[in-house]
Design a protein around this ligand. Structure first.
Ligand code: 3HC
Length: 688
């Protein structure tokens, strides 16, 4: 039974019981509707509704969104609750989201546990509240607050919900508190649908639209929610509801909602493979090697997750630098209110900074984030193998180096794994877990356990230059440089990708991360690069000029006085000069053409990555692109987006581009197969 009912004296207790998150599927909707009828038939004084377990209700069952809607619809169920002569009290024992919050909002009264949250995150799934939320919430908390909650999608903690007037009380035991509510007091509360709608406020709507257009650029649901709220205010409650429902259903079937659902479920499916036969090491004491930006970020992430860290450096100067780097992160987090002073102090207590590897003798896992040099890494691994227990897992955070070669520096390479964090490591959600030839199941399982502990999204990757993400990034940048060289400018390229939905384009992003890392990488690849492959020198010339990005005041853009970016005509001239010497005729690319080239370059490379088994599935590539590289979430990730174009169309476009440069645009066999068989890329698997 997804909804249970019981009567004690004149009080009805209704419990939503649909593990794991009490999602509101058909059986819950039917159960709630039956409970309304039951309570009325029994002539109860009140009904107290709560959720079984730690959650009140996580909202509509999003797994049903691909099917035709089935009666009873949640909107009808909630109308029945709102209009019932038996008053319902929501005892919000845990998270109440989406339809879960709408159940609570339809009740006469709400009492919330201190640790619970309430919110309408529908826009994060590409839809709007579809069960009265857009009309009831403004009546309860006012127009501005409702606009904020519905378009932003961020839930409120109990105290904030109380201050907003959304809940009547906060109590450790909301069910008990609901029982104690005075019957007369309860009887005086006006049902929400009878409350007057707030006054229309043009300024509030304009501000909400502006916020949605900047903060959620490209997404249609937040703007649609604002329209629906505005239209609703001008009508009686029951005439507004069908407008909301029609918009909800239309959005639910749209591309953006499908993409956002896809990424929501892919994120939750990112777990250790069932095939692993060994358990992870217990995570308590972790060694981190290197206290530069990356190492410090990793150490902070570990401390934040309650782990103890021994940060190993080469000498006293290194230790001092590492300490200052970690201090900066701790202080910034304290200033931003992410951690309080007690927590900051606790972090420092669990951190040892030293150049003595024997201090890490109890560590069950080491994460090496030392300088990107094979020689340095091998030396570090030899020292780690000598200092740590024989069964400790040894991980490298290398971005590009061969993990097999690093693993060969220890006698038992099965305990070596790649753990590729993304900068800033304490913020970015992606963790590539690199499975080298000899990596054992215990090492992989430990990597996945660490990701879970750090609340990161783990994606398994094979060994190759750049693994999944950086390998795709290299092609993205190559395509951008070619477009720039052959007729465009960095700012046109950036603008085209921002229009697509990236927060920033490839050139601005490089300026932020620094041009030196990619430059060192290109030098490493010089020996093995196909001599027939076209090579664009402009980035190298910038580095030669000392333009390393924002940190040097100039890169692809200029940053006068360390401020915002300014277009630099000298950089534009470099491309004209280089293409002149190469004897090329420059073309004026449109934004669409720029986007097409950059996206196809990434899709083609990603298809090879999938075909070679470096990524296990197209879903994994989607996760990498969204959580590591800023691909717009609402487009569902790189491969999901590719499927919206279709393999056949992609191959046709690549064929055209291959006429210009058959090496750079060599079509991936996986795409060819999908095009010939008419199968989605999402379902494609490695060829071997
Ligand atoms: N529908 C279907 N399945 C859901 C779901 C939902 N709304 N929410 C969570 N699940 C599933 C997950 O896919 C996962 O399944 P799995 O075990 O098979 O992988 C399982 O429940 C557990 O989910 P989490 O791993 O996310 O559990 P957490 O404890 O970490 O988080 C949560 C719980 C905070 C509730 C989180 O799951 C969440 O944010 N869920 C989505 C909430 C949401 O967006 N609700 C709005 C839905 S749309 C709506 O309600 C429309 C309405 O207006 C009509």
């Amino acid at each position: 039974m997804s909804v249970t009912t019981r009567r004690e004296d004149n009080v009805g207790y209704v419990e939503i019981n649909n593990p794991p998150v009490n999602a509101i599927g058909l059986s819950v909707r039917q159960g709630l509707l039956d409970a309304v009828t039951w309570a009325e038939k029994e002539m109860l004084d009140r009904v107290i509704v709560s959720g079984a377990g730690r959650i009140f209700a996580a909202g509509a069952d999003a797994k049903e969104f691909d099917q035709a809607p089935m009666k009873p619809h949640l909107s009808d169920v909630l109308n029945a609750i709102d209009e019932s002569f038996v008053p319902w009290i929501a005892a919000i024992n845990g998270v109440a989201l989406g339809g879960g919050a709408e159940i609570a909002i339809a009740c006469r009264m709400r009492i919330m546990a201190p640790g619970a949250q309430i919110g309408l995150p529908e826009v994060t799934l590409g839809v709007i509240p579809g069960a009265g939320g857009t009309q009831r919430l403004p009546r309860q908390v006012g127009l501005r607050k409702a606009l904020d909650m519905i378009t932003g999608g961020k839930p409120l903690a109990a105290l904030a919900a109380f201050e907003a007037g959304l809940v009547h009380d906060v109590d450790e035991n909301p069910v008990e508190a609901a029982f104690m509510v005075n019957t007369e007091e309860l009887g005086c509360i006006v049902p929400t649908w009878e409350l007057p709608a707030p006054e229309a406020d043009a300024a509030a709507f304009a501000a909400a639209r502006e916020r949605a257009e900047t903060k959620m650029a490209g997404q249609i649901a937040p703007l649609r929610a604002i329209d629906v709220i505005e239209e609703g205010l001008a009508r009686p409650f029951h005439e507004a509801l069908p407008i909301e429902r029609a918009a909800f259903l239309e959005l639910r079937e749209g591309e953006q909602a499908k993409a956002l659902r896809h990424i929501f479920f892919a994120e939750r499916a990112a777990k250790a493979p069932d095939s692993l036969t060994e358990l992870p090491r217990e995570l308590e004491q972790i060694a981190v090697v290197g206290g530069g930006t990356m190492g410090a970020g990793i150490a902070y992430a570990l401390l934040n997750a309650g782990l103890s860290v021994t940060l190993l450096e080469t000498d006293a100067d290194g230790v001092a630098r590492a300490e200052s780097n970690i201090d900066k992160i701790i202080n910034a987090s304290t200033e931003r209110g992410l951690i309080d002073a007690n927590r900051a102090q606790d972090h420092r207590k669990r951190l040892i900074l030293t150049d003595d590897y024997s201090m890490a003798s109890q560590a069950t896992l080491a994460v090496e984030a030392a300088f990107e040099s094979m020689e340095v890494k091998r030396e570090v691994f030899t020292k780690l193998a000598a200092a740590l227990p024989d069964d400790a897992i040894l991980a490298t955070n290398t971005s590009y180096l061969d993990v097999n070669e690093i693993a060969a520096s220890v006698t038992n390479p099965s305990r070596v794994v790649g753990l590729h964090f993304f900068a800033p490591a304490h913020i970015m959600k992606l963790l590539e877990i690199v499975n080298a030839d000899a990596t054992g199941d215990a090492a992989l399982a430990t990597g996945f356990a660490l990701a879970k502990r750090l609340r990161k999204i783990p994606v398994l990757a094979g060994v190759c230059d750049g693994f999944i993400g950086n390998r795709i990034l290299a092609r993205y940048r190559e395509a951008a440089d070619t477009v720039f060289m052959d007729g465009s400018t960095p700012w046109e390229v950036d603008e085209a990708m921002v229009e697509f939905g990236y927060a920033m384009g490839p050139y601005e992003a490089q300026d932020l991360s620094g041009l030196d890392i990619a430059h060192a990488n290109r030098r490493r690849q010089d020996a093995t690069r196909d001599p027939n492959r076209r090579y664009v020198r402009i980035a190298d010339r910038l580095v030669e000029l000392g333009k390393l990005g924002k940190k040097t005041g100039a890169g692809w853009y200029r940053y006068p006085g360390g401020g915002g970016k300014v277009e630099d005509p000298i950089v534009a001239d470099l491309a004209i000069e280089e293409s002149h010497f190469e004897g090329r005729t420059r073309t004026d690319y449109s934004s669409d053409e720029i986007r097409q080239r950059l996206l196809l370059a990434m899709i083609n490379e990603a298809a090879d990555i999938l075909d070679e088994g470096i990524a296990a599935s197209a879903h994994d590539i989607d996760l990498v692109s969204v959580f590591g590289y800023g691909f717009p979430r609402w487009r569902g990730g790189l491969m999901h987006h590719a499927d919206t174009i279709g393999a056949e169309a992609i191959v046709a476009q690549l064929n055209e581009l291959a006429k210009e440069d058959p090496i750079a645009w060599k079509i991936s066999p996986l795409l060819q197969r999908c095009a010939e068989l008419g199968t989605p890329i999402a379902e494609a698997r490695p060829s071997s």
